[in-house]
Design a protein around this ligand. Structure first.
Ligand code: OAD
Length: 236
């Protein structure tokens, strides 16, 4: 049972929380978008133009995630402890499409940019779990047609998932913690503004100052596996 003064916490995570688990971030040196052009891999137009290329990009990332060496790290574990022991409202909003938060034990998670372990029928919107590969020839289980399956991830230009629920939580929270995100992708980069405007204490925990660092009341910089467990103990 926690004895914190806070009643409602929203945590936002980005690629930095999974970096020490061995998953590359997007914009750091050697990051994913340095080697793969967003226009060729992460838009609906790219999928339409070259489905084989886009589907295989996400198949490879799913395969990487299934590698036994990729495990939740101390930062994921600390956030699971926060959800378990915090006695107010807790919501974890992640931009990550990996499943490391769930594997660490978090339940109340919104994957605003989707999930690598799911795919979706473009005709019906039906979402399925997937472990192996998806190809352009695969027959959709709901409409029995080939060429209709796409990764259940948010491409650039598309609206993130569950924005209404996220906005509501941001308006209600009294503590907002942003972890491991560069603050370059909207609408997530705007969450600090909404939370702060609603009266929440806002904290940035990152390797380095993000693009929106000046909007936070409090900042701590360092590797997630070091600063997150420490900060969680403070909150609890
Ligand atoms: P970025 O790659 O833009 O930023 C990662 C952030 O994590 C940077 O600010 C790093 O300083 C920080 N970082 C790196 N290693 C860290 C560590 N060990 N501990 C703590 N922080 C660390 O990733 P995101 O901000 O998550 O969207 O990117 C946001 C979105 O852009 C992604 O969800 C993805 C991407 O394009 C879509 O694909 C829709």
């Amino acid at each position: 049972m926690s004895r914190t003064k806070y009643r409602s916490v929203v945590v936002l995570t980005g690629a930095g929380v999974s970096a020490e688990s061995g998953i590359a971030t997007f914009r750091d040196k050697g990051g994913l978008w340095e080697n793969f052009d967003i226009e060729e891999y992460a838009t609906a137009e790219a999928l339409q133009r070259n489905p084989v290329k886009v589907l295989s990009f996400y198949n490879d990332r799913r395969k990487d995630l299934l590698n036994p060496s990729i495990q939740p790290n101390e930062a994921h574990d600390a956030l699971a402890q926060l959800e378990r022991e915090f006695d107010g409202n807790f919501l974890l909003v992640t931009q990550n499409i990996d499943n490391l938060h769930e594997r660490a034990g978090n339940d109340n998670v919104i994957h605003m940019h989707g999930e690598l372990s799911k795919y979706r029928c473009m005709a019906s919107g039906h979402v399925f779990d997937v472990e192996g590969e998806i190809t352009h020839e695969d027959i959709c289980a709901c409409c029995s047609e080939p060429g209709r399956l796409r990764p259940h991830v948010v491409f650039f230009g598309e609206m993130p998932f569950e924005m209404e629920r996220i906005q509501l939580a941001l308006h209600r929270c009294d503590l907002f913690i942003s972890i491991g995100t560069s603050g370059t992708v909207y609408p997530a980069a705007d969450f600090v503004r909404i939370a702060r405007h609603s009266g929440a204490h806002t904290v940035e925990l990152n390797l380095e100052p993000s693009e929106v660092q000046s909007l936070f009341h409090e900042q701590q910089y360092g590797p997630a596996t070091e600063i997150i467990p420490h900060y969680v103990q403070r909150v609890l």
